[in-house]
Design a protein around this ligand. Structure first.
Ligand SMILES: [Zn+2]
Ligand SMILES: [Zn+2]
Length: 314
């Protein structure tokens, strides 16, 4: 049994599926995000305030998907209070990749069926294009399988976020527009420019970089990465991808020990999400950070003396 399965409570209640949107809505959102992102620098040429706005917005979205959707809702790598859990879910809903329960349910399905025919994002089984984007467009995966996330499906407020994440994302876009109109980003940044550089561009970039973890992060034949662990799957550690995905690119480490709050195991494997989680733990916002690697993982990965950051949690 995997570490992921070990960490899940036994489900006694059947929750069924939650319908959040039609597959047409998914496809339209995907295309609109891509087209708008490509058009952004042509409509509003880059300026320093716009670039900084884009970077800040990208950082929030990327931590949302990697730190909150992935390490918290999918793998329960730390604990937090119910109000904090709700706030984290709302922040992460800005990432443009469905709601927290949809993301976690599909991701747990991936871990439990990795590289088998039922794994939706396996390049070995379905090819690179399907693992990058094709599966998102499939009718089969559009609804949220709540029985894969019984530990969170019991919270009505999280079910609400999962169903209405598009509304929350649009509210976030309206907030960016409104802040720009009040001069919050400087007098040179209009509401329209802020919307393009602070919403469409970083959201679309985040969708693509996370999709790369699914595709090239599971494609060992492409150079630019290494496998620290000889896992049964094709997962690869990719340093450049790990930088852009705030640690998500340490995918071979993650498939060896996915329950960990840290995905960069060696000190030189930069893991921005882990650093942010440590800060949140130090501030008392989250607790029980699960960042102690088991001895067999340390030995197998030849990590003795290379762990770097002092481990603080479970
Ligand atoms: Zn994977
Ligand atoms: Zn995972």
């Amino acid at each position: 049994m995997s570490a992921l399965q070990d960490s899940l409570p036994h489900a006694r209640t059947r929750y069924g599926k939650q319908v959040t949107e039609s597959i047409q809505q998914t496809r339209v959102r995907y295309v609109v995000l891509c087209v708008a992102a490509i058009a952004t620098p042509f409509i509003y040429p880059p300026t320093w305030p716009l670039v900084l706005l884009a970077l800040a917005s990208y950082a929030i979205r990327m931590f949302g998907v990697e730190g909150i959707y992935h390490r918290y809702f999918s793998h329960r790598a730390f604990r937090c209070s119910r109000p904090v859990q709700f706030i984290l879910a709302v922040i992460a809903s800005q990432c443009g990749q469905h709601g927290p329960l949809w993301w976690a349910s599909v991701h747990r399905h991936h871990h439990q069926n990795v590289e088998r025919p039922d794994d939706p994002i396996s390049p070995r089984q379905h090819g690179l294009f399907h693992s990058h984007v094709g599966w998102v467009w499939c009718e089969r995966y559009k609804d949220t399988d709540l029985d894969r996330v019984p530990d969170f499906a019991r919270y009505p407020e999280i079910l609400w976020v999962n169903k209405h994440y598009t509304l929350l994302m649009l509210a976030g876009a309206a907030l960016i527009w409104g802040l720009a109109e009040t001069g919050a980003f400087g007098s040179s940044v209009t509401g329209g420019a802020a919307l393009m550089w602070g919403f469409f561009l970083p959201t679309a970039l985040g969708v693509q970089t996370v999709s790369l973890v699914n595709s090239v992060g599971h494609f060992r034949f492409l150079p630019g990465g290494y496998r620290r662990f000889d896992t049964d799957d094709d997962s690869v550690n990719r340093p450049l991808l790990a930088l852009f995905t705030f640690g998500g690119g340490w995918h071979n480490n993650h498939h060896r020990y996915g329950a960990s709050a840290r995905a960069g195991f060696a000190w030189y494997e930069i893991d921005i999400t882990y650093y942010i989680l440590r800060l949140l733990a130090a501030l008392g916002i989250i607790h029980d950070l699960r960042d102690r690697l088991p001895d067999d993982v340390i030995e197998e990965g030849r990590l003795g003396g290379m762990l770097g950051a002092r481990r603080i949690g479970r």
